[in-house]
Design a protein around this ligand. Structure first.
Ligand SMILES: [Zn+2]
Ligand SMILES: [Zn+2]
Length: 146
């Protein structure tokens, strides 16, 4: 292992500082550029299809499914580069909503993933305002008085 990595986009040498960068193999310049373009789209509420890939700048092929990248590999890169930003933005939206609705309870959009039976039971328990144990005891008729 040489410890040297080269940016997969511009070919520049990368100083490794953390596993995330190592996995991405993108230099700071390229990361900043990709994130900058992504942020620009969001802040200007641009939802139309880009003509060029946000990652490599090449034209996006006609009929390609993605609006922002030319291929699946670059879509994955974009997701990695923007992950922290998207997380921060989501929590800011949460905060902004709470300020606009004092005393309101923010309900984030229901996640689309399918819950495991255990996860489902836990969610149902929460909806009934019970702990998981209490809920299961009630539901299953298990005679555990709490
Ligand atoms: Zn680069
Ligand atoms: Zn690309």
């Amino acid at each position: 292992m040489t410890g040297k990595r080269f940016c997969r986009l511009c070919g520049g040498e990368i100083t490794l500082h953390g596993s995330r960068t190592a996995r991405l193999t993108l230099c700071d310049d390229c990361r900043a550029r990709i994130l900058g373009r992504y942020v620009y789209r969001l802040e200007h509420h641009i939802v139309s299809k880009e003509t060029c890939c946000l990652v490599c700048g090449k034209p996006i092929p006609q009929g390609h499914g993605s609006y922002t990248t030319c291929c699946q590999a670059h879509q994955t890169l974009l997701n990695y580069v923007t992950a922290n930003y998207r997380k921060a933005r989501a929590s800011n939206q949460d905060k902004a909503w709470k300020e606009a609705h004092p005393g309101g309870i923010y309900t984030p959009p229901t996640p689309k993933r399918v819950l495991s039976p255990l996860g489902r039971a836990e969610q149902e328990a929460r909806e009934h305002g019970l702990s998981y144990g209490q809920y299961m005891a009630k539901k299953g008729g298990m005679a555990h008085e709490v």
